[in-house]
Design a protein around this ligand. Structure first.
Ligand code: GRF
Length: 197
């Protein structure tokens, strides 16, 4: 059986990317074929290279507000790797519906909240401010609706009385590193049954 080819898009340190790459071994139906960053200073690029995964970088800044031109460059880099699945992992650019539709049904994202709560940014500060008892992370299929696609998995953590957004983020990130690999393994096998850790 040939493996599903996974491209991982990052913007920063890539801790989720590292967890995904490390998980794709043995009987896992997928293998990483590219780690692509939108910033030259993304720490994840060196981590991916150290793990032996091909990398590419398309700096979004020269394209300014021309998202279509940036995405054309992104697509050119992606097509070299012929991915079957795209995993957004700490990727901080909003993608246009045209790009998303091209990868419809084959693109995942991890979002640091229990969707549908807290789409968008500053999720941990919002959960703390709301007095929620718990927070967490969600893996979802990417659709044109920001952080709105079908949820494929969630993991929950308690919000502690003295939590700051930083301490909560660190606790959630640990669960992201468990959830994303587990969901990707199912997704690569064609199983879209939601996974609740
Ligand atoms: C994490 O908070 C994750 O929830 C979000 O991006 C942040 C950085 O992730 N998707 P990573 O360490 O770059 O994977």
């Amino acid at each position: 059986m040939s493996h599903k080819r996974v491209a991982i898009l990052i913007s920063g340190g890539g801790s989720n990317m590292v967890a995904l790459v490390r998980s794709m071994t043995g009987d896992h139906p997928a293998r990483p074929v590219l780690v692509l960053a939108n910033r030259p200073d993304a720490g994840g690029l060196k981590r991916a290279a150290a793990l032996g995964v091909p990398t590419a970088m398309v700096d979004h800044r020269p394209f300014g507000a021309d998202r279509t031109a940036f995405e054309a460059a992104l697509t050119a880099a992606l097509e070299q790797a012929r991915p079957d699945i795209i995993a957004l992992a700490g990727f901080m650019r909003i993608l246009t519906p045209a790009f998303i539709n091209r990868w419809k049904g084959r693109m995942l994202n991890i979002h640091p909240s229990l969707l549908p709560k807290y789409r968008g940014l500053h999720t941990h500060a919002r959960a703390i401010k709301a007095g929620d008892a718990e927070a967490g992370c969600s893996v979802h299929e990417v659709t044109a609706e920001l952080d709105g696609g079908p949820v494929l998995g969630q993991a929950r953590v308690p919000i502690l009385p003295d939590d700051t957004p930083e301490t909560l983020a660190a606790r959630v990130l640990e669960q992201e590193h468990r959830l994303y690999p587990a969901v990707l393994k199912r997704f690569a096998a064609g199983d879209r049954t939601p996974l609740y850790l």
